[in-house]
Design a protein around this ligand. Structure first.
Ligand SMILES: *Cc1c(COP(=O)(O)O)cnc(C)c1O
Length: 420
């Protein structure tokens, strides 16, 4: 495949794409000239499914008509509402249903997970994160170390790329674990790095961490709905993600959380608790001592915001309809095609810093712009491309298999070529 740079070929690929109809299920923002923009920013905020409004309206109607009775008598009763999301969510991240819950937001969940899974001792108190970690993750781990009385400057160990490279090697993680023998309490890295788009081998990282006596967690903000995470098989102790990026659930929408089943019934773990994590049978008796629900649900704090959950529900149903496996297959084709077109530009002004192997990336490609200033990014934006710019010199583009197509890729590369 991919020897042809013509628009006709892009259109032919769209014709053959069995998932192409899903594009119609989304609102695509318009460019100032009235045409569809080329939306390559699903890694930052996924587009709105057209069905979301109806699902939200359903909950508003039920609230208007039923008031508090909606907890039991709404079309989708609010009491067990989070359970309607579990099966589809678990399929996407590759987990058992009882290992997954939608609750809170990402950074909150990361803290809740570290309360349980970062339990430093004077000997073993360090946390390994990746060098280019997302700022929120860095703040979260640093504040956890401080909270336990440790100096973050000593506690946080960065897993860095080698000199002149952009993506770190697994052997270097092993070296870090060996060098800091018996001192690493937690390995916490992004499953897909937000900057380079590198998808790490979660299973190998987990095995390394566990062999060295550390617990292992992943931030899957850029992984969930994008790559095949297989969280259960990875053996990770926990994972967290958000639903507003690849999972198209709206700005600031809820987060997801995975707790491996080996911890499902471990009541010895410290945790911060709230009534929604308590045994459902006796939740409303309000008198009992806390008794956590089996699995990830036992980490819930509050009764959840149904309006946000309605958006998550709608989006996960679309994923289910398309089939995550099919989406991932299309994603690989689409990103390979975009990469092929980019390499045909043949300019030394841009280079792709994302790994080339499909099993080491999702749909995102990160373009390193030489002699960087923001002008190239600004000129493609003026032509109707919605991508994002990361200081100092990276344009991130993410063709999302649910709503982007081969024509988008072709048009993007053409605009880029012209503006260069
Ligand atoms: C998007 C993102 C976040 C955002 O966290 P919120 O708590 O949802 O605001 C955190 N970490 C990573 C790696 C991200 O990509």
């Amino acid at each position: 495949m991919n020897k042809d740079t013509s628009l006709a070929y892009a259109l032919e690929l769209d014709q053959q794409d069995e998932l192409s109809r899903f594009r119609e299920s989304f609102h695509i923002p318009k460019h100032t000239d009235g045409t569809n923009s080329i939306y390559f920013c699903g890694n930052s905020l996924g587009l709105q499914p057209k069905a979301t409004k109806d699902q939200l309206n359903q909950e508003l109607e039920d609230w208007a008509n039923l008031g508090v009775e909606g907890h039991f008598h709404a079309k989708n009763p609010w009491m067990p509402y989070h359970e309607f999301l579990t099966k589809n969510m678990a399929t996407i991240v590759g987990a058992h249903p009882h290992e997954v819950v939608i609750m809170n937001t990402l950074t909150t969940n990361l803290h809740l997970m570290m309360v349980s899974f970062y339990r430093p001792t004077p000997k073993r108190f360090k946390i390994i994160i990746e060098a280019d970690a997302f700022p929120s993750d860095r703040y979260a781990v640093a504040s956890q170390a401080s909270f336990h009385g440790y100096d973050p400057n000593l506690a946080i160990i960065e897993w860095k790329p080698r000199k002149g490279e952009h993506t770190p090697h697994l052997e270097d993680l092993k070296d870090l674990l060996d060098t800091n023998k018996d001192e690493i309490a937690l390995v916490m890295v992004g499953a897909v790095n937000y900057y380079t788009g590198q998808f790490f081998n979660l299973k190998e990282i987990t095995q390394l961490g566990h062999q060295h006596g550390a617990l292992v967690g992943f931030d899957c903000a850029h992984g969930a709905g994008n790559v095949d995470l297989r969280l259960h098989d990875s053996g990770a102790d926990f994972a967290v993600w958000c639903t507003y990026k690849y999972l198209n659930s709206g700005p600031g929408s809820l987060g997801g959380c995975f707790v491996h089943e080996r911890h499902a019934q471990n009541n010895e773990l410290p945790r911060f608790t709230g009534w929604w994590g308590h045994n459902k049978e006796t939740r409303f008796k309000m008198r009992d001592d806390f008794e956590p629900i089996y699995g990830a649900e036992g980490w819930q704090l509050s009764n959840p915001p149904i309006l946000s959950m309605a958006a998550v529900k709608t989006s996960l149903e679309l994923f289910n309809e398309a089939g995550f496996h099919n989406l991932r297959n299309k994603s690989i084709q689409l990103t390979n095609y975009l990469e092929f077109l980019l390499t045909q530009i043949n300019s030394d002004r841009i280079s792709i810093i994302t790994p080339t192997q499909s099993n080491q990336r999702g749909c995102q490609l990160s373009l390193d712009v030489k002699n960087a200033d923001k002008s190239l990014f600004e000129s493609i934006s003026a032509r109707g491309v919605i991508a994002d710019w990361r200081e100092p010199d990276v344009i991130r583009i993410a063709p999302v298999p649910l709503y982007n197509n081969y024509e988008d890729c072709w048009k993007f590369v053409n605009i880029l070529k012209e503006e260069m």
